[in-house]
Ligand binder design. Structure first.
Ligand code: SF4
Length: 377
């Protein structure tokens, strides 16, 4: 089988920028797609370090990979197949936004081997969608979703955003119920983060966003989401991710379990051996020297790897395995993090069972604060 690798492909184009977005993406109409995809394919072709490995997950993220002609996706997959052994049962995901599925999309994506779609629904409320600056309506969501299902795509994730200013709990619940009624295999729910440099942030700073949900409302919404999805048969397997049995996203699990991955495209990050590196985010630099200019190149120390093991692994509801820690680092987990683990157990955030440490619901709710305990000052 050889060594495994997960592959990420960045497609940095969108129809237009959403009001909350700080991802690396450019308006698609302003770009020469041929020159971008030639650079991307060149980066794959010139990769040597991970060449020949077995790839069991491939993820096209963005941006909006579905806003470029589907033939580009097919060409990238063909290039990847020359470089890697992509397994028969590989999970091959593509991010899509409602209203961007081209007529030839379903057939070409199938030919390319895409078998999982992650649909950026975000809300089924048109007022909320508008406030977020999304390009689509609730009607577009349902239309795109039905087209995908009719074409035989059964492994679909729907993303939902919570904590949107001005959105009531009733509206949020209505969107969630609407998504559940569509019967996707996976649902991700993220809280809106108002990032500096975005139009939403400017509105916030200018005093235009006064109807942000407070802490209690956010906590109530989070509980409502957990309970609604549990009642509908979705298992929470990570802070923000829920799936029907057996449908957890294997690609994201690979990140949380610190498996090696190789990212292609501007801004794409890789973890290979003890090295974490990220391509330049500058499009012109990337096109001139794809994969040759790095924004970050870090050789991780053993201590840093152990910290990552904890704060990534604890994102998953099943938590971290004591034996895995010993196998990876040759130390007992309690010799390294015993004090932090005990403190979190005593406070009622962390539990222990079946050779694992994991956060309970109370711990997951504040996990971003708790995880800081595992990082050396
Ligand atoms: S679709 Fe996603 S990547 Fe594109 S602008 Fe909106 S949030 Fe950003």
């Amino acid at each position: 089988m050889g060594k495994h690798i997960s592959i990420y492909i960045h497609i940095p184009f969108c129809i237009r920028k959403c009001r909350y977005c700080d991802f690396l993406s450019f308006p698609v109409e302003n770009h020469d797609l041929n020159s971008y995809f030639n650079a991307l394919k060149r980066e794959i072709r010139e990769e040597t370090e991970t060449a020949g490995r077995t790839a069991d997950t491939v993820y096209f993220g963005g941006g909006t990979p579905s806003c470029v002609p589907p033939r580009f996706i097919l060409e990238v997959m063909e290039e990847l197949r020359k470089k890697y052994r992509i397994t028969e049962d590989a999970e091959v995901s593509l991010e899509m936004n409602p209203g961007t599925l081209k007529d030839d999309g379903p057939v070409i994506y199938r030919d390319a081997g895409i078998n999982r779609i992650s649909l950026g629904v975000q809300s089924l409320n048109d007022v909320t969608l508008k406030r977020l600056g999304r390009i689509h309506s609730a009607f577009d969501v349902k239309k795109t979703y039905e087209t995908l299902r009719t074409a035989g795509f059964n492994n679909i994730n729907c993303d939902l955003i919570s904590s949107v200013p001005g959105e009531s709990s009733t509206d949020l619940k209505r969107s969630l119920d609407g998504i559940v009624a569509m019967d996707p295999s996976h649902i991700s729910v993220y809280s809106l983060i108002i990032e500096p440099g975005t139009p939403l942030y400017d509105e916030y700073k200018g005093g235009g966003l006064t109807d942000l949900p407070n802490e209690d409302e956010t906590a109530d919404n989070d509980l409502m989401i957990i309970n609604t999805l549990d009642a509908a048969g979705y298992e929470r397997y990570e802070i923000s991710n829920y799936s029907l049995p057996g449908k957890a996203c294997r690609h994201n699990e690979a990140y949380w379990q610190r498996k090696e991955y190789r990212g292609f495209g501007p801004g794409a990050a890789s973890l290979v051996g003890h090295r974490r590196f990220t391509n330049t985010r500058n499009m012109e630099e990337y096109k001139n020297k794809p994969g040759g200019i790095l924004a970050e190149d870090i050789h991780l120390t053993k201590r840093e790897e152990m910290e990552e093991f904890m704060f990534l692994g604890l994102r998953e509801c099943k938590g971290v395995d004591k034996n895995d820690f010993y196998r990876a680092f040759g130390h007992d987990i309690t010799d390294v993090f015993g004090a932090e683990i005990e403190k979190q157990k005593e406070k009622g955030f962390m539990e222990e069972g079946s050779g694992r440490y994991f956060y309970n619901t109370k711990g997951l709710a504040v996990s971003n604060v708790l995880m800081a305990d595992f990082i050396e000052a």
